[in-house]
Design a protein. Structure first.
Length: 83
C-alpha cells in the first residue's frame, strides 16, 4: 500500500472529467490523483508550488551556510566598504 501525502484524493477518471473544478475545489490543498487506487501524481496550486520551491531553496542555502561555518579556518577577513 502506498502512502498518500494529501488530505484530498480523486480517481484519474473523475479528474479527467473536469481538472479545473478539482483545482478550484481543492483551494490551497494538494490533491492526490489516483490510478488503480495508487497515487499517480499530485496537483497543487501555483501558490503552493512556489512555496515548495522556496522551501527547497532555503534548505539548500542552509546547508551551504553550515558547510561554510564548518570551514572557518579558511575564512578571509574583508572590509564591507571594500566590496
Amino acid at each position: 500500500m502506498d502512502t498518500i501525502y494529501a488530505d484530498l484524493s480523486i480517481s484519474m477518471s473523475e479528474f479527467k472529467k473536469n481538472p479545473s473544478q478539482v483545482l478550484r475545489a481543492a483551494g490551497e490543498k494538494p490533491v492526490a490523483i489516483l490510478s488503480h487506487n495508487r497515487p499517480a501524481f499530485y496537483m497543487v496550486s501555483p501558490k503552493v508550488f512556489e512555496a515548495f520551491v522556496d522551501a527547497l531553496a532555503d534548505r539548500d542555502l542552509t546547508e551551504l551556510v553550515r558547510r561554510r561555518l564548518a570551514q572557518t579556518d579558511q575564512a578571509v577577513e574583508v572590509d564591507i566598504d571594500d566590496i
